[in-house]
Design a protein around this ligand. Structure first.
Ligand code: FES
Length: 100
């Protein structure tokens, strides 16, 4: 799993099913805060998924959609809350916003 931020990339091993926010926190990835502990209530775990990876993840809930209106960085069509994203079985890259 690769997290690509403004200051570079960090690649870590993430067991499938692990939430991408928790994996980033456990792996000391800069750029993910996860203030609410993964409850879709803070929007400090905002990531941009690759356009070709959108269907890899479960559909967005209404709560996640609402929280994504509160992100510090711009919301894009590929914006997700990484606490709501279970890691897939294959490697992917997510982009981190400038700020959380
Ligand atoms: Fe708070 Fe994801 S950790 S919304």
């Amino acid at each position: 799993m690769t997290y690509r931020g403004p200051d570079g990339e960090t690649t870590i091993d993430v067991p499938p099913g692990t939430r991408l926010m928790q994996a980033a926190i456990d792996g000391d990835v800069d750029g993910i805060i996860g203030e609410c502990g993964g409850n879709a209530m803070c929007a400090t775990c905002h990531v941009y998924v690759g356009a070709s990876d959108v269907d890899v993840f479960p559909p967005m809930s209404a709560d996640e959609d609402e929280m994504l209106t509160c992100t510090k960085a711009e919301r894009r069509t590929t914006s997700r809350l990484s606490c709501q994203l279970p890691a897939p079985a294959h490697d992917i890259t997510v982009e981190l916003p400038e700020d959380q």
